[in-house]
Write a protein that binds this ligand. Structure first.
Ligand code: C2E
Ligand code: MG
Ligand code: MG
Length: 762
């Protein structure tokens, strides 16, 4: 019998050793603590083994010491494990030290036992014919039991407390340990009090230890998982319906019940409810998903519905579920985002990009409909904002948008293209020209105390060739507006054949430009500039194109087009180089006539103008003072500070800076005091425009006279261009003008003709 128990203990020790190694290498964080716990079990079990198998006093007592002191160590292991497993901490350091002190005292008093015999004694009895040394307990042993039982009872109480305090589904984790514990204690208690002669109480604790090893490292409470999952599904905001293998609804969560009106446990009603609400959700054989929009009291609500099949490990259908998600908020946000990205916030019309997209689509989808694309522009809209304020400006924009919507309803598209420009497209037969003209004739914006009549222009382009880019269509419609000019009663203009041929013309000359420069079809002409004595002191280089097909082309025929597409920079660079070449030739022949070259405001976008000019004069060895540069006022209105810096760079490099066409544009006299120019070129154009009205002519002359006087005061040289008569020449001379240019002296002529006509003097 004792041999049998001995074997049992040995097997236990073996199992526990393997378990300890396993626990040590477990990936779980509690693994190490479990390993420590198992090791602490090995002491009393070994003690118990020795006790069971020994038949002499010394060995038996040694077993007892290992057993009892081992029990103290085991208590330490149990405490450590319990605290970690239950995730609790000591209430205070005192409690911790006190508990461990009780154990240490116990160990120490066992150490005194061989001398004082205060803990136990052994007495020999005969069991089944063999000697066995039975324990005779004294005071110290009682202390040992009190301490160990005290700790065990406290730990059991801790597990009990955890079980009671933890939500039901998690408590299982503690229950398994608690029950194992109770089994171990019961076994031990029975052993102690059953008065069986041989103590084998550690078998119970050994089994307890194996159970702890299993539960703490391997056991995954299936019920816990199930409950958690069903808890999650119940709490989900989505409506969930679970179907068995034969597609019968067996369960739905609360939102599902509400959605389909299921009462109590009548889940079989689910499919009917779903079909009534969303239509075909019956397809049982495949997985599907769909989106549905339903009208409800608080507007449209959006749902995404999905059916999924659940398979078991062998890929057999074990059931399926349908989830219905109310994604109204999400959809509303997405729709709001799309709306904001495609619409103009102020007017609610499409924005430019979206209008273009829709126009393209509509044209493609209706190849048989003739459309008109229109561009609407408010003339002088800036004034509305400046004078009446932005709020009134917004009101004006909204009024136009409203007019567009009501006038061109139905199959029309409208959008806001920019600040005060709109675009729309209407089928040709929708466009009531008379009504539009009438409406626009008196287009008044009103608020409480203000009203303002807007001058609205609409350019119309008939979509003849649908393959044309939409932006080009609107561009053409916009271009048509430019033909309206100053006619206040005219609001509508059509992109017609003239404009069409203009576009074609521009395309043609643009393609030919670079070749034309190379082949010297594009060349400079020179127009003399004379002083008060009639002496030719300089010349303006003016570009001409001797076109092989179209003949002589003046700059008006191509410069504006090249200013639009940037080619002007190439033409100008070529003109400046040509001027330098002529100047260098003149320098060598001892002629000191200067040449003025034109600089387009657009040149500044495409190059560093001062650097380019400096390079050319250097390359040709020309004195920069001989090369005069003509800039226009348009340059100044964009960024006056930057222009000032540029002009100063030119002046510092030694160039003479001329302000071309002064008086024909936006020039403000005020500007003159700030702008670093050497020469004012006063255009006689506006004198000519006064026609035969003597009074205005006289006034214009007075203005010219004053400009001349003023420029003298500012130490700026004055040059009048467009001088056509001797009389003008004389009058201007009298006024103090220093230089003159015009047909009166000569028209622009080819360079060699110029050189022949005006040979070097002296
Ligand atoms: P602009 O620089 O003001 O040139 C003066 C224009 O007035 C020239 O016209 C000239 O032929 C014209 N003109 C001169 N005297 C008289 C006159 O007594 N009566 C009348 N009615 N006109 C006169 P053009 O050559 O047709 O040039 C027109 C404009 O084209 C120039 O005005 C200039 O702005 C531009 N342009 C000419 N050549 C170039 C160039 O090489 N580069 C750039 N960027 N623009 C140029
Ligand atoms: Mg000029
Ligand atoms: Mg001019």
């Amino acid at each position: 019998m004792r041999v049998f128990f001995g074997i049992v203990f040995l097997v236990l020790i073996l199992i526990l050793t393997v378990a300890a190694i396993f626990a040590r290498h477990s990936s779980k964080s509690i693994g190490k603590t479990v390993c420590v716990l198992i090791c602490t079990f090995l002491f009393p079990i070994t003690g118990n083994l020795i006790l069971v198998v020994s038949d002499n006093k010394i060995l038996s007592e040694t077993g007892c010491y290992i057993y009892y002191i081992g029990m103290d160590i085991l208590m330490y292991g149990l405490i450590r494990f319990t605290f970690e497993y239950c995730d609790i901490t000591w209430p205070s350091k005192l409690a911790k030290y006190f508990t461990y002190a009780l154990l240490v005292i116990d160990v120490v008093q066992f150490g005194f036992n061989p001398f004082f015999r205060q803990a136990f004694e052994t007495e020999k009895i005969m069991v089944a014919g063999a000697p066995y040394y039975r324990l005779v307990p004294y005071m110290g042993q009682t202390y040992h039991r009190v301490v160990c039982y005290g700790i065990i009872i406290s730990l059991v109480a801790l597990y009990l407390m955890k079980i009671l305090r933890t939500p039901k589904i998690y408590a299982e984790k503690y229950i398994v340990i608690f029950v194992s514990f109770i089994i171990g204690i019961l076994w031990q208690t029975i052993m102690i009090f059953s008065r069986t002669p041989i103590d084998r109480s550690m078998i119970g604790f050994g089994i307890f230890c194996i159970l702890v090893f299993y539960f703490s490292l391997f056991y995954k409470p299936r019920r816990l998982l199930d409950r958690m999952l069903s808890g999650i599904v119940s709490e989900m905001p989505d409506a969930m319906f679970f179907y068995d293998g034969s597609y019968r609804c067996i369960w739905a969560n609360e939102p599902g019940k509400q959605l389909t009106g299921i009462q109590g446990n009548h889940f079989e009603m689910a499919s009917k409810g779903l079909i009534e609400k969303f239509g075909a959700v019956e397809d049982r054989d495949v997985d599907w998903n769909m989106n549905k929009a339903l009208v409800s009291e608080d507007g449209v609500r959006y749902y995404s519905i999905e059916k999924r099949t659940v398979y078991d490990a062998k890929n057999r259908v074990s059931g399926s579920f349908i989830s219905v998600r109310d994604n109204t908020e999400e959809q509303r946000n997405i729709r709001a985002e799309i709306y904001n990205a495609t619409h103009d916030i102020l007017t609610g019309l499409y924005n430019r990009e979206y209008l273009y997209e829709r126009v393209r689509k509509q044209i493609e989808e209706n190849p048989n409909v003739r459309y008109r694309v229109a561009f609407l522009d408010v003339k002088g809209f800036k004034i509305v904002n400046d004078v009446f304020g932005n709020q009134f400006g917004d009101l004006a924009i909204k009024t136009i948008a409203k007019w567009l919507r009501t006038t061109f309803s139905g199959k029309c598209l409208h959008g806001r293209l920019g600040g005060d420009t709109f675009g729309f497209m209407v089928p040709a037969n929708y466009f009531d020209k008379k009504k539009v003209e009438n409406d626009l004739d008196n287009f008044v914006v009103k608020d409480k105390d203000k009203s303002y009549k807007l001058m609205i222009h609409i350019g119309v382009y008939e979509v003849i060739d649908p393959s044309v880019d939409v932006s080009v269509m609107f561009d053409r419609a916009r271009m048509a507006i430019t033909t309206i000019k100053e006619d206040v009663r005219k609001h509508l203009a059509y992109y017609d054949d003239n404009m069409r041929s203009m576009v074609l013309w521009e395309q043609q000359i643009t393609q030919q430009a670079l070749g034309a420069i190379e082949e010297k079809q594009i060349i400079p002409y020179l127009q003399p500039i004379v002083d008060r004595n009639g002496k030719v002191v300089g010349a303006e280089a003016l570009v001409r194109w001797l076109h092989p097909e179209h003949g002589f082309l003046s700059p008006g025929k191509f410069v504006p087009a090249f200013e639009k597409n940037g080619l002007i920079a190439e033409v100008d660079k070529y003109m400046w180089r040509s001027a330098c070449e002529i100047l260098s030739r003149w320098r060598r022949s001892g002629r000191d006539t200067f040449i003025s070259v034109n600089i387009s405001p657009k040149d500044f976008y495409f190059m560093d103008v001062p650097a380019t000019l400096k390079k050319y004069v250097k390359d040709y060895g020309v004195n920069p003072a001989r090369l005069r540069v003509e800039v226009t006022e348009t340059l100044l209105i964009n960024d006056i500070e930057k222009s000032k810096r540029t002009l100063n760079v030119l002046k510092d490099a030694g160039f003479v800076v001329e302000m071309d066409d002064f008086g024909s544009g936006y020039s403000s006299l005020n500007m003159l005091k700030e702008i670093p120019v050497d020469v004012l070129k006063i255009d006689m154009m506006f004198l000519r425009e006064t026609g035969n009205n003597e009074e205005t002519h006289a006034k214009a002359l007075t203005i010219v006279e004053n400009i001349i006087h003023m420029s003298k005061d500012l130490k700026i040289e004055s040059l009048t261009e467009g001088v056509e008569t001797e009389e003008q020449y004389r009058t201007l001379s009298k006024m103090g003008c220093q230089l003159f240019q015009g047909y009166h002296f000569a028209k622009p002529i080819p360079v060699d003709e110029f050189e022949q006509k005006y040979p070097k003097e002296g």
